[in-house]
Ligand binder design. Structure first.
Ligand code: DGI
Ligand code: FE
Ligand code: FE
Ligand code: FE
Length: 187
């Protein structure tokens, strides 16, 4: 599958409005990759695929996790996080993506993880700050991203964790570990 075919195939998996989000992440990821020194081509490809199953029925996302040995504890947390792990699985199975760095960036784009690679950080942060995003604090995160990818991502995770706490929701442990690790990296 060439680049154009990949884009058309992924585009067909989501509503038009959400494809615009993916286009934004592709653009932001390439800029961040160039700025912070990781492969823009890998960042672009990971961005294309990052939300590939986001608009699949959540039951199908859960089945992918259950039937393929993906972390079962995901199912005890908000269903919003399932598409990242399920998406990495589908990127490999249905789109032939076999680059493990790209698969990891897709897999951890929502929750983050400990020891995030630069590519993980680029895709995760691009997802927060792509031009179409409009949430309280996004402007601040964009500004910080001009100077430090770790500090920008830490600020973004802090916002997500606060949001989850306010809603009385559980926080997936990897998000806490990712946050703690970014603080250590910034010391
Ligand atoms: O798929 P997108 O909407 O582009 O963005 P995303 O993949 O970053 O999904 C983020 C949503 O997941 C956000 O609304 C918060 C929610 N969420 C629920 N539980 C957790 C969580 N996000 C993180 N990082 N950690 C959680 O435990
Ligand atoms: Fe996502
Ligand atoms: Fe996204
Ligand atoms: Fe500035």
């Amino acid at each position: 599958m060439d680049r154009k075919q990949l884009i058309d195939a992924v585009k067909s998996q989501m509503p038009g409005k959400r494809w615009e989000h993916t286009l934004g992440v592709m653009e932001a990821a390439v800029l961040l990759a160039r700025k912070y020194g990781c492969d823009p081509d890998k960042a672009y490809t990971a961005a294309i695929l990052h939300d590939v199953v986001k608009y699949w029925p959540v039951n199908d996302q859960a089945d992918i996790i259950r039937n393929n040995g993906l972390p079962a504890d995901l199912l005890d947390y908000d269903k919003e996080i399932w598409h990242a792990h399920a998406g990495a699985f589908i990127a490999k199975r249905d789109y032939g993506m076999d680059d493990e760095e790209i698969l990891d960036a897709i897999r951890y784009h929502t929750t983050g993880r400990e020891q995030m690679t630069l590519l993980d950080k680029v895709v995760c942060l691009a997802d927060y700050i792509e031009p179409g995003r409009d949430f309280p604090g996004v402007h601040n995160i964009r500004e910080i991203a001009e100077h430090s990818i770790e500090r920008a991502l830490l600020t973004a995770f802090d916002g997500t964790i606060l949001f989850l706490l306010e809603k009385g929701k559980k926080v997936y442990p990897l998000t806490i570990l990712a946050r703690n690790d970014l603080i250590n990296e910034l010391k």
